[in-house]
Design a protein around this ligand. Sequence first.
Ligand SMILES: *[C@@H]1O[C@H](CO)[C@@H](O)[C@H](O)[C@H]1NC(C)=O
Ligand SMILES: *[C@@H]1O[C@H](CO)[C@@H](O)[C@H](O)[C@H]1NC(C)=O
Ligand SMILES: *[C@@H]1O[C@H](CO)[C@@H](O)[C@H](O)[C@H]1NC(C)=O
Ligand SMILES: *[C@@H]1O[C@H](CO)[C@@H](O)[C@H](O)[C@H]1NC(C)=O
Ligand SMILES: *[C@@H]1O[C@H](CO)[C@@H](O)[C@H](O)[C@H]1NC(C)=O
Ligand SMILES: *[C@@H]1O[C@H](CO)[C@@H](O)[C@H](O)[C@H]1NC(C)=O
Ligand SMILES: *[C@@H]1O[C@H](CO)[C@@H](O)[C@H](O)[C@H]1NC(C)=O
Ligand SMILES: *[C@@H]1O[C@H](CO)[C@@H](O)[C@H](O)[C@H]1NC(C)=O
Length: 506
Amino acid sequence: MSFIILFIFLFNFAFCDEAGILNAQNQFLEESLTPYIHKHGSRLTHRSIRECHEEKIWLLPKKENCFVAINAGYFNTNDGECLGNVISDGRIAHDSKGIQNSHFGLTKDGQIFTGYVSEENVLSENMLQLVGGVIWILRNGTGFVNTSKNLECEKTEETGSMDRFVNIVSARSAVGHDKDGNVVFIQVDGKSDVDGINLYEMETLLQEFGLVNAINLDGGGSSTLVINGTTVNYPSDACDGQTYACDRKVSTILCVHHPYCNPRDCNKHGNCSMGECICEMNWLPPNCDQLFCSKTNCSNNGICTPEGCVCYPGFFGEDCSESCLNGWYGSMCTKQCECYNSVGCDPVNGTCKCKNGFMGDKCQHNCPTGFFGKNCLFMCRCNNSCYCDPVTGMCEIYANSSLYTAAKCLAMNIILEEDLIKNNIDEQRKWYLTMTILGVITGSCLASFILLMFCSCTCHCRNDQILCIKTERKHNPKYRLQVPGGYLSDSLSDSETVPMQSLTKS
Ligand SMILES: *[C@@H]1O[C@H](CO)[C@@H](O)[C@H](O)[C@H]1NC(C)=O
Ligand SMILES: *[C@@H]1O[C@H](CO)[C@@H](O)[C@H](O)[C@H]1NC(C)=O
Ligand SMILES: *[C@@H]1O[C@H](CO)[C@@H](O)[C@H](O)[C@H]1NC(C)=O
Ligand SMILES: *[C@@H]1O[C@H](CO)[C@@H](O)[C@H](O)[C@H]1NC(C)=O
Ligand SMILES: *[C@@H]1O[C@H](CO)[C@@H](O)[C@H](O)[C@H]1NC(C)=O
Ligand SMILES: *[C@@H]1O[C@H](CO)[C@@H](O)[C@H](O)[C@H]1NC(C)=O
Ligand SMILES: *[C@@H]1O[C@H](CO)[C@@H](O)[C@H](O)[C@H]1NC(C)=O
Ligand SMILES: *[C@@H]1O[C@H](CO)[C@@H](O)[C@H](O)[C@H]1NC(C)=O
C-alpha cells in the first residue's frame, strides 16, 4: 500500500434522485466552508466535444502545466459521461440536477467548499471549481463515513451496494484540506477485493494526516496520481490484452499548476513564472506587450522594434538621428538623387531641388525667357533691350547688342533702380530719352578712347556697331551691369518662392 499526500488546492462532488434531491430547504443540506491558501493555481479539467470525455491524466500536464494531477469525479465507464456536478474554471461542465453526493470545490471568493451542494448553489455562479465524489469521509475533523453512506446515492458508483462500496478494499483517491486551508490530494494503491483500504481505514488515515474535511473520489482502476507528467502510482487496471497495469482514461482531473500569466503566453515575449511574466529584453512587464522604447529612442525619426530602430525615409543611423547625406535619399538613404542642375534632392522622396535658373522634375530645363530664380517662378522685369539673368533676374546688356540697345537697357535700369518718377509717363519718357542719348554719347566717347588706347584689341564687331570692347566670352555673353531688374528682386533668397500666378496678378 502506498499513499502520497500533496498540499495543494482543489475542490468538488453529486447524488441520487430517490435519496434526496437537494435544495435549500432540504434537511440534508450540509456544507463546510474554509478559506484556502492560494499558493498555486487549481483546475478541474474535463475534456472534449461532449464534455467529460475521458482522457489519460498524464497527458494533461503538457497542456495545462499541471505539476500534480489526480483523477477526480465518478463517470460512466461506458461512455465517459460525468456523474455529479462539474464546474471547471467557473463554467458548469456537468449539472447533476440536484443529485446529492458529497462535493468538493473552490469558491470564487476564496473558500474551500466541502459537502452537499444544492442546485441553487451550483447555479449561483459562486463556484470556481466543483467536483462530486461518493462519501464525505471527514467532516469538521470527525469521521463521517457512517453518516454519509446513508445520505448519499449508491447509483453513482459501480461497485455495488453502499455497504459493499464502503467496506471493500480497493485503490482509493480522496481530496480534502487541513485546518490551515491547504488542499490535499490522497491516493492509495490497491485492487478491488484484493488489496488497498476500505473507507473506514481511509477515514482513520486522513485523520492521522490532520485533515479536517475530505471526500472520497473515484477509486479502483481510476485511482491515478501524476506528478510532473509521470504516473507515480500503480493503477490496477490491466492494459488491453496485457497482464501489466495501465492507467485508465478518466473524465475529470484535478490539476495543480503554477498560477497562469495573463495572457498565458506573455504575448510571446516572455516566460511565465509563478503567474508573472519574465519579459525578454526590451519588453515591458507586466504583460510583455509593450516595447521599452520611448520616442527618443529613434529620435522621433523612426519606429522602435525589438531589433532596433527602423528609420523613416530620409534618416539613418542606429537612433535615426542622421539625415541622408546630400545626393542620397529614401529608406536607409540608399537611393541616389537623379537630378541635373540641383543642390541635391529631398531626403525623403527624392524630389530634386533645382539650382536657381533651372526647372523640371530633374532640373533639366533652363528657365523660359522672361523668368528667373528658384524653380523659374519669378518674372523678369527687364525690357527687350536687356538680357535677364535666369539666376539672379538682373537686367543685363547682351554682348551682341548695339550701343543704342545697351544704352536703352542701362537707362531703363537706372530709372527702375532709382525708382524715379513713378507715375508720370511723360517724365519717364523724357528721362528715358535723356539717359539713352547720354548713354550713346558716353558709349561713343568710351569707344573712341578705347580704340585710341588699345588699337590692337580683339574685336567682335558687327556692321551696325560702333562700339567694340574687349570682353571675355562666356556662355551667355553679356556685360555685367549688376542692376537688379526682377520683380521682387529685393526679397530674393534661396528659401523663397513666389508662385507665378501671384506675380502675374500683381
Ligand atoms: C467543528 O468542530 C469544532 C471543534 O472541533 C467546533 O467547535 C465547531 O463548532 C465545529 N463546526 C461545525 C460547523 O460543526
Ligand atoms: C460505523 O458503523 C458501524 C456499524 O454499522 C460501526 O461498527 C462502526 O464502529 C462505525 N464507525 C464509526 C467511526 O462510527
Ligand atoms: C516537478 O518539477 C519541478 C521543476 O520542473 C521540480 O521543482 C519539482 O521538484 C518536481 N516535483 C516532483 C515531485 O518531482
Ligand atoms: C524563456 O525560456 C526559454 C527556454 O527555457 C529561455 O531560453 C529564455 O531565455 C527565457 N527567456 C527569458 C526572458 O527568461
Ligand atoms: C530605448 O532606450 C533605452 C534607454 O536608452 C534602452 O535601454 C532601450 O534598450 C531602448 N529600446 C530599444 C527597443 O532599443
Ligand atoms: C516631397 O517632399 C517634400 C517635402 O516634404 C514635399 O514638399 C513634396 O511635395 C514631396 N513631393 C512628392 C512628389 O511627394
Ligand atoms: C518696358 O516694356 C514694356 C512692354 O514690354 C513697356 O510697357 C514699358 O513702358 C517699358 N519700360 C520702359 C522703361 O521702357
Ligand atoms: C544676341 O545674342 C543672343 C544669344 O546670346 C541672341 O538670342 C540674340 O538674338 C542676339 N541679338 C542680336 C541682336 O543679334
